[in-house]
Design a protein around this ligand. Structure first.
Ligand code: DQA
Length: 146
């Protein structure tokens, strides 16, 4: 079995579709998972798609990915802006992490302009809605090819 890409979603992303659609769009998390599976098939990647509202669970999953995944697509939700624990977890692993946000966090409130994840991510995609997840998978596929 080839190692998958872990696609990890943080707090409140289970509410997509109902949650501020003018900011986050109409797609539900299930829609985003379907988009990811479709794109992963096209790219020849396996995916393990997860969501949690708990910071420590994200830390556990990032550590797990260090052993069990070829890369991570990570939307940390609000923990992006607060979590040194996520920053440290990403520093502790060798696999690439692509940070994804549905919204353009730089066009929003000032408290969203700082990310603890970006300095330790391989790259960042924000503002492209659900499409950003597919772009992140393509970026990981290109990075891990060969
Ligand atoms: C988000 C942006 C964060 O600022 C916010 O707290 C979220 C979602 C995004 O996908 O645009 O929960 O990560």
């Amino acid at each position: 079995m080839p190692k998958p890409v872990f696609i990890l979603n943080g707090p409140n992303l289970n509410m997509l579709g109902k949650r501020e659609p003018s900011v986050y769009g109409a797609a539900t998390l299930a829609d985003i998972e379907a988009l990811c599976r479709h794109e992963a098939d096209r790219l020849g990647l396996a995916v393990d798609f997860r969501q949690t509202n708990h910071e420590g669970t994200l830390v556990d999953w990032i550590q797990e990915a260090g052993e069990a995944a070829i890369g991570i697509v990570l939307n940390p939700g609000a923990y992006t802006h607060t979590s040194i624990a996520l920053h440290d977890a990403i520093r502790s692993i060798a696999v690439p992490v692509v940070e994804v946000h549905l919204s353009n966090i730089f066009a929003r409130e000032a408290f969203r302009h700082h990310s603890y994840v970006s300095p330790v991510a391989s790259g960042v995609l924000c503002g492209f809605g659900a499409t950003g997840y597919g772009l992140a998978l393509a970026a990981l596929a290109a990075r891990t090819a060969g």
